[in-house]
Design a protein around this ligand. Structure first.
Ligand code: ADP
Length: 410
């Protein structure tokens, strides 16, 4: 069974084609700058990587271009498009309607459209991808996999905000949480590494990339997470502020006369480590320049680690006893320095990092001391495999079984 995972952003389409029968990735790539000058595609197969300029004015053109590459005589990995058995779409916002992946029908399409007011930058292009795919491959099953779904198990006490109840009732203002597929993936992998049933585990997972979120997972379910109504809340990120006193934007509107759109742009695109350092979002640059003595790069690293440490403390309190903390995504997977800064000082919680294992970790591994009561994991995330396996399980009718397990947990 061949399954295509698709992630349609406002000006990009990312894709992966999997052969589920052999559990092999056949090809992956991304097409960027859709609708702009200089559109290009990067297409990768097991042995080759190609970058080519192309022209695409919309998502349908872009998906057609992806199909061309997948079936191309030279770079292709399939002969005919009808070899694709199903498509899984990454959808950012599923609101309170979707707590699991679902087969897409007209009602699901309407619901994703209605949820656009909660994710105006993400759901509309996600939907365009679904519609384009429906018109290009009308007889192929399509599945929606939501970033928010994993967090729908949070209790009311965690997801409600202390604001007028009407805002929730009328507009759905509450915490939703994001990066759900990533937290699901790494928590289940960690349980497998411990040879424990996921239902018996408590983990704190830290997804530290450009976007950053921390989740408390109890028995494989999210019970709290640091991102909120939008992905702006919580930890300090590449360009997003994370949590701050809600009076700050109001004060700045008063002082500088910003519009709500300007404030939105500043908090989402010009804050975070970029705001503090004034120059960098890439944590490799920040670490290098901090090493050279730059005060604000050092401050930004210290602040990021400090905020993550506080989130670990919060979720430790919420979970009670914990089995492990998990580092994933660009920084979490690749920066021993960042992991070490976060763990430093948490020894009295039983979180004891092994410096040698931490420095060496290249693939999924336990990087805590052998006698550390709480294990520390480095696990490269794999959101696509969750999409592929959800699609396969939905099509085979096994997804709703209570004992459904992903291949990476057995
Ligand atoms: P996203 O998917 O949210 O765009 P990623 O998970 O790819 O982000 O993470 C991107 C971040 O990971 C960048 O800030 C980059 O600097 C950081 N990163 C990648 N490799 C390293 C490394 N070796 N050391 C420190 N940071 C790294």
């Amino acid at each position: 069974m061949k399954i295509l995972a698709l992630n349609c952003g406002s000006s990009s389409v990312k894709y992966q084609l999997y052969d589920k029968s052999s559990n092999k990735l056949l090809a992956k790539g991304s097409l960027e700058r859709i609708g702009f000058v200089g559109t290009f595609i990067i297409h990768q197969t097991k042995h080759q990587k190609h970058r080519l300029e192309c022209e695409c004015s919309n998502h349908k053109d872009a998906i057609n271009m992806v199909f061309k590459f997948l079936t191309d005589e030279e770079f292709g990995v399939i002969k005919e498009l009808n070899e694709i058995d199903a498509v899984g779409h990454r959808i950012v916002h599923g609101g309170e309607l979707f707590s699991k992946s679902v087969l897409i029908d007209d009602n699901v399409i309407k619901a994703i459209d209605n949820l656009s007011s909660l994710a105006p930058l993400h759901n509309p292009p996600n939907l365009q991808g679904i519609l384009a795919m429906q018109s290009l491959l009308p007889n192929v099953a399509q599945v929606a996999v939501f970033d928010t779904a994993f967090h729908q198990t949070m209790p009311e006490t965690a997801y409600m905000y202390a604001i007028p109840l009407k805002w929730y009732e009328k507009y759905g203002v509450r915490k939703y949480g994001f990066h759900g597929t990533s937290h699901l993936y790494v928590s289940r992998c960690a349980a497998a590494l411990l040879h424990k049933d996921i239902k018996e585990t408590n983990f704190i997972s830290l997804h530290i990339g450009n976007g950053v979120s921390v989740t408390a997972c109890k028995g494989g379910k999210s019970i709290d997470t640091s991102m909120g109504f939008t992905p702006l809340d919580g930890a300090i990120m590449g360009t997003r502020s994370g949590s701050l006193d809600p009076a700050v934007p109001l004060f700045m509107i008063d002082k500088e006369g910003f519009s709500s759109e300007e404030i939105n742009t500043i908090l989402n695109k010009r804050s975070g480590v970029l705001g503090i350092t004034g120059r960098y979002t890439d944590r490799r640059d920040i670490a290098r320049v901090a090493e050279e003595g730059d005060k604000y790069c050092q401050l930004s690293m210290d602040m990021e680690a400090y905020r993550l440490k506080k989130l670990i403390g919060e979720y430790h309190a919420v979970l009670g006893k914990i089995d492990g903390i998990i580092f994933t995504a660009g920084v979490g997977e690749n920066s021993p320095v960042a992991r070490s800064m976060v763990c430093k000082g948490l020894e009295h919680f039983g979180i004891i990092l092994d410096d040698e294992k931490n420095n060496k970790a290249k693939e999924e591994s336990i990087i805590s001391k052998d006698d550390s009561p709480v294990k520390i994991f480095m696990i490269p995330t794999n959101e696509e495999i969750v999409i592929i396996e959800d699609v396969a399980a939905i099509l085979s009718g096994t997804f709703d079984n209570d004992d459904f397990k992903y291949s990476f947990e057995v």
